[in-house]
Design a protein around this ligand. Sequence first.
Ligand code: FES
Length: 107
Amino acid sequence: MEEVILFSSKKEMEKALAQQEVLTIQVGMVKYNMTRVGNEVYVFEQKCPHFDHSLANAKVSPYGKITCLWHNYQFDLQSGEESEERCRSLVTHQAEWTDDGQLMVKL
Ligand code: FES
């Protein structure tokens, strides 16, 4: 498991990542998407577990759910579970604030 620093401060996060916005990041050779709900940031796989549609333009709710725009499957950003268990769960990682104020995620 690799620890990745996403932002060096809360201010930097707020400037770079709007509420419920989805951004694509690259870590080594792997691309991920990330989004923010309140002060929680989630890093998750780039494609939908249902049929590999890109989640880069998926819709994120203020309640921590992400909806793929192809067939509207909805995943919980914390658990990754699809709301009706129609496919496997989304692989998702919740970022954590370190003691020195950086936002870090284990991938
Ligand atoms: S590909 Fe995402 S819901 Fe079908």
